[in-house]
Structures are given as structure tokens and as C-alpha cells.
Design a protein around this ligand. Structure first.
Ligand code: ADP
Ligand code: MG
Length: 603
């Protein structure tokens, strides 16, 4: 037989009021989950106090020690005991919970921390003396004179010693340390004018993270700070955002799709300076990139939404990592359209990392230069030149076409003048200060896709009737495809049922020209299967369009003449988002003169 549950008694138990210490420990459970959350609360207090230099020291992953020192306003000695008690704050008067302009407002952090650790608070205001108060196991000592400059120092020792259950749930020291680093970085990204330093004092002091205060206008300061925190590469490949909608203001930086990541590690969203991990906003961020990234790639971006505090409720969760907008749809479309606009504007900019990767791939092995080594180049020149070759010694097997007369005026355009096509796909173009290598197939696919989208948005995609309808056997895939026949017809594709498991194709999008209808339909059926039946159709239309676009593309193996190549380059320049193919891969790479010189060891 099961033992009786000790929490269930037969008679009602007496109701009693919890003591202050227990209340604080329970509250601490919500606010202070782990050392990183304590660091966050203390650093936010320092920022609220107007600090310009904040130093964080930890030991044992923050379990043994957390010390946050700032040069902010300080706390007047008389108010220090109040600062340490629950529901005491200088930041709001309680009359207007919708108008919050500081990180803090709940007046809970210091009291909670004092309940779960040994806390010591030292503070000094301008023109005053430093005073220190120690609290241990919730018991506050008397204020005593101390040494210290203007500002505040909060030291926590033995976090969670009073709540051993919580202590057990903490991860390894390394994991807790990583979480602290992450929190400090997230705070530092939003406060470029503040200097941050994070030191690990577990053994000999070791700097884990440090950034100097930035200067200059807000955009420069932010870009400098993000470069420091996320790396130069991020900022070199990022576009500045600045748009507004219904009282919400979006700023920040969004990386080019070609700088996408394998996971969501570089996605940061701030609402009124507060870092939030909000699913809806992250979803909007992804949606902003949907057209230019394949599903398995993750955009990198740092977004700041600022608005009148009354338009957003931050008091949803004690740790304040979620927010509630008064108009969530406006916040979402601000992000989606803000991102789409800048990404479209940067259509023909590919990431500099692409050029770097190219250069790396090109790095010659030193031995290639040894003359006695039979290289492919040797074989190449030993072959018999063709009579009609443009170039003496140029064998047909090289599969290159040289265009003898470049259009001189094209050289100053972003993608330059076409000079040659190699392997019946790649176009080599010359620019004023370098060269461009274009994946013609990928570029054409992108152009077709963008054209299809533009047509769809105007009057629907232009269709071209087939002289003889094509019958395609699709088996069980026929049904889901026919179920969206109306949508397909707005995309220029008219299909009808044709007996069991078969579909008759009557019209195809005109831009595709001659097309393998069976392959096209099978692709769309795959897309529908991938998306799963529960997905909303609107989300699939672009994906379907993208599949359709693939079928209109210059297939590898097609030779282009100079006029065609230059026309493609000019179309790319005119097409939004032409820097990436529909799958987020680059459509071209650019090598500047100095990159080329680097390849030959000249620089
Ligand atoms: P909250 O930040 O929600 O007000 P806290 O418990 O974190 O609550 O802090 C209580 C009060 O102590 C703050 O309102 C502020 O007046 C004061 N305070 C805390 N930390 C600092 C600091 N680093 N510098 C100046 N004042 C501080
Ligand atoms: Mg606070």
C-alpha cells in the first residue's frame, strides 16, 4: 500500500502568515534563477544610476562571489536600509505602472539577493562619505563608515547558501560563467557609452570580457560597440536599420543574408533598451529574411524597438524578458518591413565573408609554382589550339569564352562589364577596381523569382497557354496540388484534374519559357509535402514561387554572348535582393584589386 502523502492531512491545517525571510526567498526564486540573473539585476541597477563604468567580478561561476562596482549616483546613507528592503524603489512612485523608463521598478532585487546570499552594499554619493551595510541570512547589520569612491558596490557571497535546493539545480562553474558572460554582453550591446569589464577572480584574476566606452553619435557608438561584442565581421556585413510605424521606432543592424548563421546565436532584440527573448518578435525577425534565406539558415541581427513606454507592458514577468505590445501586429510588421526594405536596398551587396572565403579557397599551395610538377596548366597548353580560338594556345577543353570588347562604360557600374563566361555558367566581369564572378544560374533564378513576385503583387503572374495540355502523373501528390489550384492559377500555373492521380497543365508562367511541366509540378508537390498540411498557405506561396523560379533559370550549360551577359548583370543591379539566390547563397563574389594582389603575394 502507498504511504499517505504527508502534504495531505485529514484535518484542515492552520493558515499562517509567512515571515519576511521566507517571502523574500520565494520572491528570489522568480527574480534570481542563477548567478547570471543576479548579475543582470545588479548591472541594471548600475545603469539606472547613470554609471559610465561598470565592473563585474565573479568567482566560482558566480556561486562564490559576484561583485558589481559602478560610478553612478550612489545611494544616500539614510536610504540604504530602504534600498535593501522589499518593494522599496526610487524609480517609480507606483501611480503609473505603464510609464516605466528604467530597468528596475519592482524594488525587489536587492531584498531578494540579500535573502539568498551574504550581501554587502557600499555606496557613496557626490560630496558624501562611503557607507557600508552587510546583510546575512536576511539580517541587516548597522551602517558603518567605509572607503570608496562615488558610486555603488554590491558584493554577493555564497549565492543560494540559504536555498540549498536551488544550489543543486545550478550547472557547472563553466556553464554558469558562460551565462554571466552572455548576460553582460547583452547589456553592453545596448549601452555603448558605458565601459564594461568582467573579471573572473576564481584564481588569478582573468578578464572575461571588456569594452571601452564608445563616443560619437548613437549610430557610430552602436556600430562600434556591436563590432566589439559580436566581432568586426558582423558589423562589416550589416545594414543599419531605421524605420518608424505607429509610434514604434526600429533601429539596429541586420546582417546580409550571405552572413547567415547555422543557428540563432546572433539574434538580439531590445525593447526600450531591455533585452527580451520574445518568440513573436524573433518570429518577425525570421519573417523579415524569409525571402532571402533558406530554412536551415539563421539571420544575424540586433534590433532595437523604442517607443513611448505606455505602448508596451514590461511588467509581464519578474525577470522582464517578455513584453506585451499594445499593438503586437504593429511591432511585427515594423520588424518585417524594416528588414525587408534594407535587405532589398542592399540587393546586390554580397557579404565580405564571401570574398574572404574565396581568397582562402584560392590560396595556392607553394608547390604549384614548381615548374617540374605536371600541373593542369601544363596539360592545358600542350593541347592543340583550335583554329577559331580567340587566344593563341587556348584549347577548347578550357570551356571558357573570351569576350574581346568590353563595354567601356559598364566598368563603372557595380557589377562591371562582362569579359568572359567559364564552364558555361560563371560570368567574369571587370569593375573599375576589381573583378566579379557571377553564378549566372543562381542570379537568373533570383531575377525570375523577384519578377514573379512583382507580377503577382500587381495583376497576377502572366501566364502562357500550352498548345497541347501536358498530362502529368502525380499519384497521391495530385490531390494536395489540385487543392490549391486557385492559388496556383494566380501564380500563372493552371492545372486541372485528369483522371485518378493525374493532372493536366494548361498554362505556365510566361517568364519561364519552355518548361518541363512534370518536373515543375513534382517540385511544387514536394514543397507542399515539406510544409506539412497544417502550415498556412500564405506562408507557402513564396516557397512555391521560389520553386517555380528555379525552372525558369538559365540551366548550367547554356552559353551566353556578351550582350546577354551584360544584360544579366544590369538586371541583377536593378533587382532587389539579387546578391543572394533563393536559397541564401551568394549569386556573385567580388574580388577587389587588393584582394587579387593578395592572392599573388603582392600585398
Ligand atoms: P529596483 O531597481 O526595482 O528599484 P532594487 O532592489 O534593484 O529595485 O533596488 C532598490 C533601490 O536601490 C533602487 O530603486 C535604487 O534607488 C537603489 N539602488 C540599487 N542599486 C543601486 C546602484 N547601483 N546605484 C544607485 N542606487 C541603487
Ligand atoms: Mg533593480
Amino acid at each position: 500500500m502507498l504511504a499517505p502523502d504527508p502534504n495531505i492531512s485529514e484535518k484542515p491545517r492552520a493558515i499562517r502568515r509567512l515571515d519576511e525571510g521566507a517571502i523574500n526567498r520565494i520572491a528570489a526564486g522568480e527574480v534570481v534563477e542563477r548567478p547570471a540573473s543576479a548579475v543582470k539585476e545588479l548591472v541594471e541597477n548600475a545603469i539606472d544610476a547613470g554609471a559610465t563604468r561598470i565592473t563585474v567580478a565573479i568567482a566560482g561561476g558566480g556561486k562564490r562571489l559576484i561583485r558589481v562596482t559602478d560610478d553612478g549616483t550612489g545611494i544616500v546613507p539614510d536610504e540604504m536600509p530602504l534600498a535593501l528592503s522589499r518593494h522599496a524603489t526610487s524609480k517609480i512612485d507606483g501611480s503609473d505602472l505603464l510609464n516605466i523608463r528604467t530597468f528596475g521598478f519592482r524594488g525587489e532585487a536587492l531584498a531578494s539577493l540579500a535573502a539568498v546570499a551574504r550581501l554587502s552594499l557600499t555606496s557613496r554619493v557626490a560630496g558624501g562619505e562611503a557607507v557600508r551595510i552587510d546583510v546575512s541570512a536576511g539580517v541587516m547589520g548597522a551602517p558603518k563608515p567605509a572607503a570608496g569612491r562615488q558610486g555603488t558596490l554590491v558584493e554577493l557571497r555564497d549565492l543560494f547558501f540559504a536555498t540549498p535546493a536551488r544550489l543543486k539545480f545550478l550547472r557547472t562553474e563553466q556553464a554558469e560563467t558562460r551565462a554571466v558572460v552572455d548576460v553582460v554582453k547583452r547589456l553592453a550591446m545596448a549601452e555603448p557609452y558605458v565601459r564594461f569589464e568582467l573579471i573572473d577572480e576564481s584564481e588569478a584574476p582573468r578578464t572575461l570580457f571588456a569594452v571601452e566606452a564608445e563616443t560619437g553619435d548613437p549610430l557610430d557608438a552602436l556600430s562600434g560597440r556591436l563590432g566589439q561584442v559580436l566581432g568586426r565581421e558582423f558589423i562589416d556585413n550589416a545594414l543599419a536599420l531605421d524605420s518608424e510605424r505607429e509610434g514604434l521606432h526600429l533601429t539596429g543592424f541586420a546582417a546580409l543574408p550571405t552572413y547567415s548563421r547555422g543557428s540563432a546565436v546572433q539574434q538580439f532584440i531590445y525593447v526600450n533598451g531591455r533585452n527580451v527573448r520574445d518568440k513573436a518578435l524573433i518570429g518577425a525577425l525570421r519573417a523579415g529574411y524569409r525571402d532571402v534565406l533558406s530554412r536551415d539558415r539563421h539571420p544575424a541581427a540586433v534590433l532595437f524597438i523604442d517607443c513611448d513606454p505606455v505602448l508596451v507592458d514590461v511588467n509581464v514577468h519578474p525577470a522582464k524578458t517578455e513584453v506585451r505590445f499594445r499593438d503586437p501586429a504593429a511591432a511585427r510588421s515594423l520588424i518585417v518591413s524594416g528588414l525587408r526594405d534594407v535587405l532589398a536596398g542592399a540587393g546586390h551587396r554580397a557579404s565580405s565573408t564571401v570574398a574572404d572565403a574565396t581568397i582562402e579557397a584560392f590560396q595556392p599551395e607553394p608547390r604549384v609554382y614548381q615548374m617540374d610538377r605536371p600541373s593542369r596548366g601544363r596539360v592545358f597548353f600542350e593541347e592543340k589550339p583550335r583554329e577559331n580560338s580567340n587566344f593563341p594556345g587556348f584549347a577548347e577543353t578550357a570551356a571558357a569564352r573570351i569576350e574581346p570588347e568590353p563595354c567601356p562604360e559598364d566598368i563603372d557600374l557595380p557589377l562591371g562589364a562582362a569579359r568572359a563566361q567559364v564552364h558555361e555558367n560563371f560570368i567574369v566581369a571587370q569593375t573599375r577596381d576589381g573583378m566579379i564572378l557571377v553564378d549566372a544560374h543562381a542570379a537568373h533564378e533570383r531575377i525570375v523569382y523577384e519578377t514573379l513576385k512583382a507580377q503577382r503583387e500587381e495583376n497576377g503572374v502572366a501566364a502562357q497557354a500550352l498548345l497541347v495540355p501536358e498530362i502529368v502523373e502525380l499519384g497521391e501528390d495530385a490531390e494536395p496540388l489540385l487543392a490549391i489550384a486557385d492559388h496556383l492559377s494566380s501564380l500563372g500555373l493552371t492545372v486541372e484534374p485528369f483522371g485518378p492521380g493525374a493532372v493536366a497543365v494548361r498554362e505556365v508562367p510566361a517568364i519561364l519559357g519552355t518548361v518541363d511541366a512534370a518536373a515543375l509540378l513534382r517540385d511544387i508537390a514536394d514543397e507542399l509535402a515539406d510544409a506539412g498540411s497544417s502550415a498556412v498557405l500564405a506562408g507557402r506561396i513564396d516557397a512555391i514561387l521560389s520553386r517555380i523560379a528555379c525552372h525558369g533559370s538559365v540551366r548550367t550549360g547554356r552559353r551566353m554572348n556578351a550582350a546577354e551577359m551584360n544584360a544579366l548583370l544590369r538586371q541583377m543591379e536593378a533587382t532587389p535582393r539579387a546578391g543572394q539566390c533563393n536559397h541564401g547563397r551568394p549569386t556573385y563574389v567580388e574580388l577587389k584589386m587588393h584582394d587579387i594582389e593578395k592572392l599573388f603575394g603582392r600585398k
